[in-house]
Design a protein around this ligand. Sequence first.
Ligand code: NIG
Ligand code: FE
Length: 401
Amino acid sequence: MSTVPQSVLVDGIGTLVTNDPELGEGPLGEIHDAALAIDTGHVAWCGPRGAAPGTDARVDAAGRCVIPGFVDSHSHVVFAGDRSNEFGARMSGRPYEAGGIRTTVAATRAATDTELSDTAASLVREAHAQGTTTLEIKSGYGLTVADEERLLRTAARFTEEVTFLGAHIVAPEYAGDPQGYADLVTGAMLDACAPHARWIDVFCEDGAFDAETARRVLQAGQRRGLAPRVHGNQLGPGPGVRVAVECGAASVDHCTYLSDADVSALAESAAEGPGTVATLLPGVDFSTRQPYPDARALLDAGACVALASDCNPGSCFTSSVAFCIAMAVREMRMSPEEALWAATAGGARALRRSDVGHLAPGARADLTLLAAPNPIYLAYRPGVPQVAAVWKDGELVSGNP
Ligand code: NIG
Ligand code: FE
């Protein structure tokens, strides 16, 4: 007989963020003095606590805030090696270059499956402990058929959101022959990798892949049933956003350097729905001393904005979505409500998921109990852990309520 209670009431919630304006106040659908019932991995009920149904067990939130678990739609946590010296050099004045990726490729190829899996497991645990309940994971540090496939197999042990990023940079063996490498990515590598992934991604940037090759990679993936997403406009203005919108990508990630036409294209695509989400990764801009993306221009134009960590050993080694929210609020002039929505419902939109990122009845019971009375604390207390407990699929995966 299972010792896990089938249904649990999280009671005494000071502020419950549902992300469903029909269930509560404001854009986040906040319910005050609330309760939420979990049954067999899903939200069974939420509302004012006086109206709560009977359950097998009860947890007392003691006036604290409950939010949907963060949906971190962009990470590269399957890797080996250390690039702290590269970060140190950058902070002493050296620029960030896409070529640093090669350092991680060499270390990753040399690592055993167990080493890769242990590193990923520890970063996934770290992410859970900070309130993340959905984590997308990309390949991209293998760049051979066998290595990309094993990175995807490893990623699939931790998430349903697995992304094939063979087109991260041109593999060192193909230096000077980018078309030869694109042939490999869209041929034998895609054959081996497509069965293990849901998404295909390409780094469309000077120093990585041009617009024409990016389109070729995404279309080849689509023919194999993978849905497109793009890394673009990270290091300078470029065609990434245009390619993403043209190809119907679910998301274009970074968006640090956008033209007015890029902003309009993203806004138009959001209006037509489901559209291409602009996923902003402020941890990268922080860790590479770049300007922050113009979130206000995107939001004011009507684009759909997500926030994600981009946890990786090179451009941004943080798994803290709360830190990204704090930067988005302080540095990018997003309101605390906009930033929390972007890191939960926005991330879900970027992964085309309707079962996560909100807490309406029927959604997955992926929720985070904050050690705080309201969600403003995520930005108000930067750098201070604000997560008390995390449930994923209705099971406590971190903390202690
Ligand atoms: O999202 N932009 C390309 N890829 C990663 C960087 C990876 C690295 O530097 O190792 C990113 O920032
Ligand atoms: Fe990335």
